[in-house]
Design a protein around this ligand. Structure first.
Ligand SMILES: Nc1ncnc2c1ncn2[C@@H]1O[C@H](COP(=O)(O)OP(=O)(O)OP(=O)(O)O)[C@@H](O)[C@H]1O
Ligand SMILES: [Mg+2]
Length: 270
């Protein structure tokens, strides 16, 4: 199976994000080459691939940190030219490969900071007689606190990131991405550095994401942990040297010899 066209699903006309022919070069390196894929609303789409395959670059394109040399994107059916500073207002958030927490801010403040760019109606603030900023900040702190409690890490609210156990810090990073009420959330190697019990915990968290709150949330997941990606994703795209070498359901990906070969080649090379 060597599919180069975007996969189609029943939800194709409710596609949240659609990438068409995305290409990125860094000097002589082709980081992404003619990448086309769809992320249907409410789905979990996995991005697999050996080291250097272009997975993080793909996320950087979706977040507007890298402008692709080729291709186009659409979000909820409209042309999408992302600007990092306005991403959460568009309903997109991400966790970084590694942690990316602010070392000088408490866990609670890190999560609250994630709310800064989101869109909120000033009318509710007016009803309470508060300036919008004050009301909105108070609300954000309350929501951040609730998220930490939901993730079972409320007792760490006032700890600084260097003092947090690694799995707790990972959850803080996820909470920070969720507080802006994204409709698309990008997770870059969320299981990296976690042991099996924490990965099982994470699996349940990711599975619950599409049904969160009032909106239909879509998830893109970059992950090297094959068991995790196979168990939470509706669809998977496999990148190798910047190209989509396979797309399909987890079972289709598992059975695709092209995918096995890409990983085998990676191991032999290293
Ligand atoms: N800013 C950059 N400047 C130059 N080359 C880059 C840059 N970012 C990425 N690359 C190169 O682009 C290719 C894809 O890198 P990318 O980080 O997207 O891979 P990845 O799939 O996320 O790998 P990993 O699994 O190791 O995180 C690699 O060859 C990498 O060295
Ligand atoms: Mg990466």
């Amino acid at each position: 199976m060597q599919i180069q066209t975007p996969f189609r699903t029943d939800a194709a006309d409710t596609s949240r994000l659609e990438l068409t022919g995305i290409g990125v070069r860094f000097g002589g390196i082709v980081a992404l080459d003619d990448v086309s894929l769809q992320v249907p609303a409410g789905s979990v789409v996995g991005i697999m691939g050996p080291n250097g395959a272009g997975k993080t670059t793909l996320f950087n394109v979706i977040c507007g940190f890298i402008r692709p040399g080729d291709g186009s994107m659409s979000f909820d059916g409209r042309p999408f030219a992302p600007v990092p500073q306005r991403l959460s207002a568009r309903g997109v958030s991400r966790t970084l490969q590694g942690l990316g927490l602010f070392a000088g801010l408490t866990a609670l403040d890190n999560v609250t900071a994630g709310a800064s760019g989101r869109h909120r109606s000033p009318f509710a603030a007016g009803l309470l007689g508060l300036p919008f900023a004050a009301r909105s900040n108070r609300q954000a702190v309350g929501e951040a606190s609730a998220l930490l409690d939901e993730f079972g890490i409320g007792s760490y609210a006032h700890a600084l990131p260097p003092a947090l156990p690694y799995p707790v810090a990972k959850k803080v990073a996820l909470a920070r991405a969720l507080i802006s009420d994204p409709t698309l959330i990008l997770l870059d190697e969320p299981a990296g550095g976690l042991d099996q019990a924490d990965i099982d915990d994470l699996r349940e968290l990711i599975r619950a994401l599409p049904q969160r709150a009032d909106s239909v949330v879509s998830v893109m997941l970059v992950e090297h942990n094959v068991d995790l990606i196979m168990s939470v994703c509706d669809h998977i795209a496999v990148l190798d040297f910047g190209r989509v070498i396979s797309q399909g359901t987890p079972d289709e990906i598992k059975a695709d010899p092209v995918v096995a070969q890409a990983y085998l080649g990676d191991r032999e090379a290293s």
